[in-house]
Design a protein around this ligand. Structure first.
Ligand SMILES: *Cc1c(COP(=O)(O)O)cnc(C)c1O
Length: 363
């Protein structure tokens, strides 16, 4: 939730300003702060990450087919399909959970216009390899960085890679504006095009020069964002502590491994991801049921993979044949709760529940 007083003070300002939306002072300050924070030239704030993806895809002129992972939140694929572009699913590396460059190469056809890499769990996609493939084949490259606010790749903030990167500030993300998103880029023309598109194509009053939609962030969301940005480093510190506490508590439970973050890179540690392997005496789904019974909302993100969701499962009924690692990972992952409000008791309950399940001798 962040600092309630800081948010309420900013909301008083919003009401005093009598300026609720349409590029108000809060949104302008928010965009400036985010751009500075990430070291990018432009931040174009939007009403959510999905609309930000749709607008970025359109501004880049993607068409035909675009290569994406199936192992992502379904919005990555929907943002394409919603505007008659076919998402083509490439497999992942089972260790990093990110796109496998060799798999991306295999999915290129004459209709391919671009690649959308996803920095899954905030760990950078193979940025350089994807750049090389895109350059070699004349494809546009952008990133879905919805998980990656506050992450680095080789010490540089995520936000500057590809032609643009898309952030989500949804309530479930490490940094939130309740609902919200943004496209960040160093490309002046692209930023200008997206500013038009998010506001119906208006350039000044009465002058529409481009087709557009309503992708605007409202002042109240920017106020939340500004309040939360001031507290973001504390949230990350709490997440890092929780992640370490989970590691200690889960140690030695057979068949359970905790996904690591590279200590040389920054990462919000928002996602506490465990994998359940064959040596665990109970299934991943048993674990989910047991945790839900303790009122702990562990999730199977992003099971069963986009290729198994409609409409893609009907369009590509055999996609899974080329997505071996996606299917493998999708059967193993559990995402555990995290955040600044998480208590030690929750971590202890999770660990106790898993330990009892995994070590209980059953008939
Ligand atoms: C959350 C998320 C989105 C969508 O963002 P919204 O702000 O919820 O619309 C897109 N891609 C990924 C990978 C996400 O996790």
């Amino acid at each position: 939730m962040g600092n309630r007083d800081a948010f309420l003070r900013r909301m008083e300002q919003v009401l005093d300003n009598q300026w609720l939306t349409n590029n108000g002072p809060m949104v302008q300050e928010f965009e400036q702060r985010i751009a500075e924070h990430l070291g990018v030239k432009h931040c174009v704030a939007m009403c959510n990450g999905t609309i930000a993806l749709e607008i970025a895809i359109r501004a880049l002129g993607l068409s035909g087919e675009v290569i994406v992972p199936s192992w992502t939140f379904v919005a990555t694929a929907h943002a394409l399909y919603w505007q008659d572009i076919m998402p083509v699913f490439a497999d992942i590396d089972p260790v990093t959970h990110n796109l496998d460059p060799a798999a991306v190469r295999r999915m290129i056809t004459p209709r391919t216009s671009g690649i959308i890499g996803v920095h899954l769990w905030g760990r950078a996609a193979p940025v350089e390899e994807l750049r090389a493939i895109a350059d070699e084949h004349g494809l546009r490259l952008m990133f879905d960085a919805a998980h990656a606010f506050g992450s680095t790749y080789q010490g540089q903030s995520i936000g500057r890679f590809g032609e643009c990167e898309v952030l989500s500030f949804h309530a479930t993300k490490a940094f939130n504006t309740m609902e919200g998103g943004a496209v960040v880029t160093n490309n002046d023309e692209l930023a200008e095009a997206m500013r038009l598109m998010r506001n119906f194509g208006f350039k000044g009053y009465d002058n529409v020069i481009h087709p557009g939609t309503n992708g605007k962030m409202i002042e109240a969301c920017a106020a939340m964002g500004l309040a939360n940005l001031d507290g973001f480093s504390e949230v990350v510190a709490a997440n890092v502590r929780n992640h370490a506490a989970y590691r200690e508590a889960l140690a030695g439970i057979p068949g359970i491994s905790l996904l690591d973050y590279d200590p040389a890179e920054r990462n919000s540690h928002h996602y506490v991801v465990i994998e359940v392997d064959e040596s665990c005496p109970v299934t991943r789904d048993d674990i989910i049921v047991a945790l839900h019974a303790e009122n702990i909302l562990a999730r199977k993100y992003f099971w069963p993979g986009c290729h198994m969701m409609k409409p893609y499962r009907d369009l590509f009924p055999h996609a899974g044949l080329l997505l071996e690692h996606t299917r493998f990972v999708a059967e193993r992952v559990v995402v555990l709760p995290n955040g600044a409000a998480l208590t030690e008791e929750v971590i202890a309950t999770v660990a106790d529940t898993l330990r009892v399940l995994a070590t209980d001798i059953r008939p």
